[in-house]
Ligand binder design. Structure first.
Ligand code: NAD
Length: 495
C-alpha cells in the first residue's frame, strides 16, 4: 500500500505515531494509500524546522524570493496535469474541474510573484523638522495552514505563496482525505529552490491541528473548512494569542428575478449547484425564484439535469464525479428524503440514479417549494442537491439571505441594472455575483465570507493575505542638519 508521509526539512518522514488513515479513490471505492497521522512530536519537528529556517528566510532578498516564486509558478504550470490527476484520483472531481482548480491555484502564485510591489512600505518626509516617518510590513514567523478536502490544491495556495513571499515560513496540514496533490506541490516548491524549512507538510487530523493551535512558536493560522471547526480553530487559536483567520461553511443563494435570461440562469444554476458534486463552499444551494419565473426556471433546470453525465472523473465524458466518502454520500442522500418528508416537492431524485460500481456516486437532485424551516434549507448539505424557494418579491429574497447564518456568496440574475445595483448593496454576504453564480474573486482581490462563513477580520489571499501575514512597523527618525559636523559637506547648514 502506498504510504503518504510528512515532508519535514525537505525530507519525506514517516509517522512516529503509528497512526494512519486510509485514502480512497471515490470513483471506485478502492483504498489507494495510507496517510500518516502526525503525533505531537511530528508537529513539533515541523514547527522547529520552520522556526529555524525563518531567521535566514526573512532576510533573503526580495529579488531571490521573487525568482523562486516565478520558478514555483512555472513548475506548477508544467505539472498542472499531474496535479489535476492526483485531485481526481483522491477527491473524485472530473478532470476538467480539477484543471480549473489548478488554474485558480496558479493565480495566487502569480499574485505573490509581485511581492516586490506588495511589500513596499510608505514614507513621509519632514513630518517635523528633521523628522521622517516610514512604515514597513514585517513577517510574523512560523505560520500554519489547515485545509479542507474539497480544494486540496487551490486552498493551500490561497495561503502558502503570500505567506512565504512576506518572509514567513509555513507548516501545512492538508486534509487527510486527499493529501497527495498538496504534498506533490510542496515537492515542486522545494524544486523551485526554496530552502527546505520554508515549507513543511504534516499530515494528520485533530491531534496535529490541536498542537498547531497551541504551539508557542506558531504565530498565525489560516484555516478553511466547516463552520464548527472554523469556530473552534478561531476560538482556540486566539486564546493562545495567535492571529487567526478561519473560513467556514456556506449556504449560497441565487435570486432569479422575473426578467432574468432563463436560459443563462438555468445553465448557471446547474453548473454552480452540481459542479464538483456540490462540494464547493461557493456552490449555489438555494435558488430563490421570484414571481412567475419559478415554473419555467424549474423546468429549464430539470431539462439540463437530465443531460448531465455522471461518472468516473478520469472519463473525459463525465461532467460530475462521486462524493468524497460513502458516509458523506449517504448523509447527502438522507437530506433528499428529509426534504420530501418535510413537504418539499422532489422534482429530480438523485437516489434513483443507478451506478454499477462501488464508487461513492449519487445522482443530482432538485427540490422545489422548499421553505426556510426545512433541514434541506437550514443545513449545509455539501452535495448535489439544489433547493428552490419560491418568493413573491425581490425583497423576500434579500431577507432570506440576511436571515441566513452564513454569508459566503450570493448572486442575482436579472436584466435590470437598477435591481442589480441595489442587490450589490443589499446582499448580506462577502462575495456577490451579478449574473455570475460563483463569484470567487480573482487572485488580486481577496476571498472571504461574512457571518458564520468566516471568523477573524482579514479575508484570505490577495491584498488581505499580505496584510494577514505581516505586521506593521513604523519608524520615526530624526536627522537634524549637521550644523556641528566636522565634515565639510559643502552645503549651507541653514537651508
Ligand atoms: P472539515 O472542517 O471537516 O476539515 C477541515 C480541516 O480541519 C481538515 O484539515 C481536517 O483534518 C481538520 N479537522 C477536521 N475535524 C477537526 C477537529 N475536530 N478538530 C480539528 N481539526 C479538524 O471540512 P472538510 O469536510 O474537509 O471541508 C468541507 C467544508 O469546508 C465545508 O463546510 C465547506 O463549505 C468548507 N469550505 C469553506 C471554504 C471557504 O472558503 N469558506 C472553502 C472550502 C471549503
Amino acid at each position: 500500500m502506498k504510504q503518504i508521509q510528512h515532508l519535514i526539512d525537505g525530507v519525506s518522514v514517516p509517522a512516529t505515531s503509528g497512526r494512519t488513515s486510509p485514502v480512497f479513490n471515490p470513483a471506485t471505492g478502492e483504498q489507494t494509500a495510507e496517510v500518516a497521522l502526525a503525533a505531537v512530536d511530528d508537529v513539533d519537528r515541523a514547527v522547529a524546522n520552520a522556526h529555524a529556517a525563518f531567521a535566514e528566510w526573512r532576510t533573503t532578498s526580495v529579488a531571490r524570493r521573487t525568482k523562486m516564486m516565478f520558478e514555483f509558478r512555472n513548475l506548477v504550470v508544467a505539472n498542472a496535469d499531474e496535479i489535476a490527476a492526483r485531485l481526481t484520483a483522491e477527491h473524485g472531481k472530473v478532470l476538467s474541474d480539477a484543471g480549473g482548480e489548478v488554474a485558480r491555484a496558479i493565480e495566487n502564485i502569480e499574485f505573490a510573484c509581485g511581492l516586490a510591489e506588495l511589500l513596499k512600505g510608505t514614507h513621509s518626509e519632514h513630518a517635523s523638522t528633521g523628522v521622517d516617518v516610514y512604515s514597513v510590513r514585517r513577517p510574523l514567523g512560523v505560520v500554519a495552514g489547515i485545509t479542507p478536502f474539497n480544494f486540496p490544491a487551490m486552498v493551500p495556495l490561497w495561503m502558502i505563496p503570500n505567506a512565504v513571499a512576506c518572509g514567513n515560513t509555513f507548516v501545512l496540514k492538508p486534509s487527510e482525505k486527499d493529501p497527495s496533490a498538496p504534498l506533490f506541490m510542496a515537492e515542486l516548491f522545494q524544486e523551485a529552490g526554496f530552502p527546505s524549512g520554508v515549507l513543511n507538510v504534516v499530515q494528520g487530523d485533530k491531534v496535529a491541528v490541536d498542537r498547531l493551535l497551541e504551539h508557542p512558536d506558531v504565530e498565525a493560522l489560516s484555516f478553511v473548512g466547516s463552520t464548527p471547526i472554523a469556530r473552534y480553530v478561531y476560538e482556540t487559536g486566539t486564546r493562545h494569542g495567535k492571529r487567526v483567520q478561519a473560513l467556514g461553511g456556506a449556504k449560497n443563494h441565487m435570486i432569479v428575478l422575473p426578467d432574468a435570461d432563463i436560459s443563462l440562469a438555468a445553465d448557471s444554476a446547474v453548473s454552480a449547484a452540481y459542479g464538483s458534486a456540490g462540494e464547493r463552499c461557493m456552490a449555489v444551494s438555494v435558488v430563490v425564484a421570484v414571481g412567475d419565473v419559478a415554473d419555467p426556471l424549474v423546468d429549464a433546470i430539470k431539462v439540463r439535469m437530465e443531460k448531465l453525465s455522471i461518472g468516473d472523473g478520469t472519463d473525459a465524458g463525465s461532467e460530475m464525479g462521486p462524493l468524497i466518502t460513502a458516509a458523506h454520500r449517504d448523509k447527502v442522500a438522507g437530506y433528499i428524503g428529509a426534504g420530501e418528508a418535510e413537504g418539499a416537492t422532489v422534482v429530480v431524485d438523485g437516489r434513483e440514479a443507478n451506478f454499477d460500481n462501488d464508487g461513492y456516486f449519487l445522482g443530482v437532485s432538485l427540490l422545489d417549494h422548499v421553505t426556510p424551516d426545512m433541514s434541506v434549507y437550514t443545513d449545509e448539505i455539501f452535495g448535489p442537491v439544489l433547493c428552490v424557494v419560491r418568493a413573491d418579491t425581490y425583497q423576500q429574497g434579500v431577507d432570506l439571505i440576511a436571515a441566513n447564518p452564513w454569508g459566503n456568496g450570493a448572486a442575482i440574475f436579472t436584466r435590470d441594472g437598477g435591481a442589480a445595483r441595489r442587490f450589490q448593496e443589499d446582499a448580506d454576504a462577502g462575495m456577490v455575483g451579478i449574473n455570475v453564480p460563483i463569484p470567487v474573486p480573482v487572485g488580486y482581490h481577496s476571498f472571504g465570507g461574512w457571518k458564520d462563513s468566516a471568523f477573524g477580520d482579514t479575508t484570505i489571499y490577495g491584498p488581505e493575505g499580505i496584510h494577514f501575514y505581516t505586521r506593521p512597523k513604523v519608524l520615526t527618525t530624526r536627522w537634524p542638519d549637521p550644523a556641528g559636523s566636522t565634515v565639510n559637506l559643502g552645503f549651507p547648514t541653514n537651508h
